[in-house]
Write a new protein. Sequence first.
Length: 178
Amino acid sequence: MNTTEKQESQKTVVAFVAGLLIGGLLVWVFSSPTDTDDSAMKESSDDSAMAVSKDDSKKSDVNSPAAPSAPAMADVTAPADASLQVGNQVAGEVVVLDGATYPISSGWVVVRESEGSILGAARFDTTIGLIPQSVELLRSTEVGTSYDVVFFTDNGDKVFDTSVDLEVAGVSGTFVAQ
């Protein structure tokens, strides 16, 4: 082997090894195991998106059509002036709120089926002016079906969790998907 062939052979080996290292690094980066925080939906920058953890059986998994979501017992009662207005709407993945007088300064507006399965939640915080106009759902409403819209508290973590966030009793709205 002459010097030129030897140098070309070395270049080929170096390029091959470098390619293996880069490929291995890319595989490692894109297939690294996720920790439990990655399994929760994070809040969007406007702070009104629902955040629901999917890894805790006590939490409401709104992605599942048969989501077991019996809410925690309500021990927060709304003041007399609290209200929630929602009219009948077109079936879909968004519920538009007509208006509300919030019973607490910070919490969740929740849409659920009449048997209790939670379809979506939007965070509100009147102290910072976070007032949702709608609630995005993770599953569409169905024509002819009645749905409830209720308030829940937030325990301060800004993650909707029915095991610690309690339903506010005494104020709710109902609509029928058309």
